[in-house]
Design a protein around this ligand. Structure first.
Ligand code: FEO
Length: 173
C-alpha cells in the first residue's frame, strides 16, 4: 500500500508526464505550421512516449492499491521563434524532468518504500536516454543554424524516427 505522500507524489509526476506529452504535441503542431513535417513527426512520437510514461505511472499507483487521479494539465506554449528554440526547450524540459524523477526517488526513500524506489529506476534510466536523444537532436539543429537546406536535411532525418507502443500501452497503431 502506498503512503498518502507517495500516492500524491506519483500522481503529480504522472501529471508532469502528461504535460510533457501535451508540450510535445504543441511543438508537433508548431512544426506542422512551419511545414517542417519531419520535426513534427518526431515530436508526435515523443508525445506518444510521454503518454506511455504517464500511464505506466498511473498503472503502478492503481496496482499498488493507491488512487490514480487526473490532475489539471497546464497549457503549454504553442509557438517558438525557431526550430532551435523549440529543441532547446525540449532539452531544458527533459533536464527538469530528470530533477523531478530524482526528487520522487527521494520521496520513496524517505517513505521507506523500496518497491516504489525500485519501480522508479525505470524512469531514471529512461531519463538518461531522453537527455541523450534530445541533446543529439538539438546538436543537429544547432549545426544546421539558419541554413535552410541543412535544416531540411535534419527535418528529413528526424522524419525517419520510428516508435512502437509497448504491449499494453498501445494508443494508436
Ligand atoms: Fe517522461 Fe521525457 O520525460
Amino acid at each position: 500500500m502506498l503512503s498518502k505522500k507517495m500516492n500524491d507524489a506519483l500522481n503529480n509526476q504522472a501529471n508532469r508526464e502528461l504535460y510533457s506529452a501535451y508540450l510535445y504535441l504543441s511543438m508537433s503542431y508548431y512544426f506542422e505550421s512551419i511545414k517542417m513535417r519531419g520535426f513534427a513527426h518526431w515530436m508526435r512520437l515523443q508525445a506518444g512516449e510521454e503518454l506511455v510514461h504517464t500511464m505506466k505511472m498511473l498503472d503502478y499507483t492503481a496496482g499498488k492499491g493507491g488512487r490514480a487521479e487526473m490532475l489539471a494539465v497546464e497549457a503549454p506554449k504553442f509557438s517558438w521563434d525557431s526550430p532551435q528554440q523549440a529543441f532547446q526547450h525540449v532539452w531544458d524540459h527533459e533536464r527538469a524532468v530528470t530533477g523531478l524523477i530524482k526528487a520522487l526517488v527521494k520521496v520513496a526513500e524517505e517513505e521507506s518504500d523500496e518497491g516504489t524506489a525500485e519501480f522508479l529506476q525505470w524512469y531514471v534510466k529512461e531519463q538518461v536516454e531522453e537527455e541523450e536523444s534530445s541533446d543529439n537532436v538539438l546538436n543537429k539543429v544547432k549545426a544546421a543554424g539558419d541554413d535552410r537546406s541543412a535544416l531540411e536535411a535534419a527535418d528529413r532525418l528526424l522524419g525517419e524516427r520510428a516508435f512502437k507502443f509497448p504491449r499494453g500501452f498501445e494508443i494508436f497503431p
